[in-house]
Each structure stands twice: as structure tokens, then as C-alpha cells.
Design a protein. Structure first.
Length: 111
């Protein structure tokens, strides 16, 4: 029972760390990726939208037909980008959760 309390206290202390404390944690006892997965996902979607819009504007500057073709390809490409980014972020989160669960199961202090 005392071991469980120790693990819970360690988890509570890890949650109290701020962003910069977790960022500068050289022992890598706390992870920042799972906490900011939503932000990373949003930033990558915004980046894909900006790049797609840039391609469409450049396509329309060349000619209307090329612009329409690029618009269609940009929509398909953006959909594929969304799927790719979602799978990649989910993979990262699953890997970090697996590491936390293994740490918790093996009796590690911080998860």
C-alpha cells in the first residue's frame, strides 16, 4: 500500500511541472508530446492548409485551367495530409502511453 502512495505522489508531482520544466528535464522523466498532441495536430493542419492555398494561388496565376486542376489536387492532397498527420500523432501518443504504462507496471516513480 505504501508503494502505491509513492507512485501516486510521483505522478502528482510530474503533473505539476510547467512546460519549460518538462522541456528542460534532462532525465526525461516527464514527456511533453502527449500533453501537446492537440497543438501539434492543429499546427500541422494549419501548415498543410497554408501550403495548399499557396499552390492554388500559384496555379491560378499561371492559368485558370491549371488553377482548377491544382485546386482539385490540393483538396485531395489536404485530405491525405490530414489522414497522415492524424496517424502520425496517434502513433506518437500511443508510444508515449505505452512507455508510461510500462513504467507504471514496473514500479517506476514517474509516469
Amino acid at each position: 500500500m505504501a508503494g502505491t502512495t509513492h507512485v501516486l505522489e510521483g505522478m502528482h508531482m510530474a503533473e505539476q511541472k510547467g512546460f519549460f520544466e518538462r522541456l528542460l528535464d534532462f532525465s526525461f522523466q516527464s514527456f511533453i508530446t502527449p500533453k501537446y498532441a492537440k497543438l501539434l495536430y492543429g499546427l500541422h493542419l494549419l501548415l498543410g492548409l497554408i501550403v495548399g492555398t499557396w499552390f492554388v494561388f500559384n496555379g491560378f496565376q499561371t492559368s485558370t485551367s491549371e488553377g482548377l486542376l491544382v485546386l482539385l489536387l490540393a483538396l485531395v492532397g489536404y485530405f491525405l495530409w490530414i489522414v497522415y498527420v492524424r496517424v502520425a500523432i496517434e502513433f506518437l501518443v500511443v508510444m508515449f502511453r505505452t512507455a508510461e504504462n510500462i513504467s507504471r507496471a514496473s514500479g517506476g516513480q514517474n509516469a
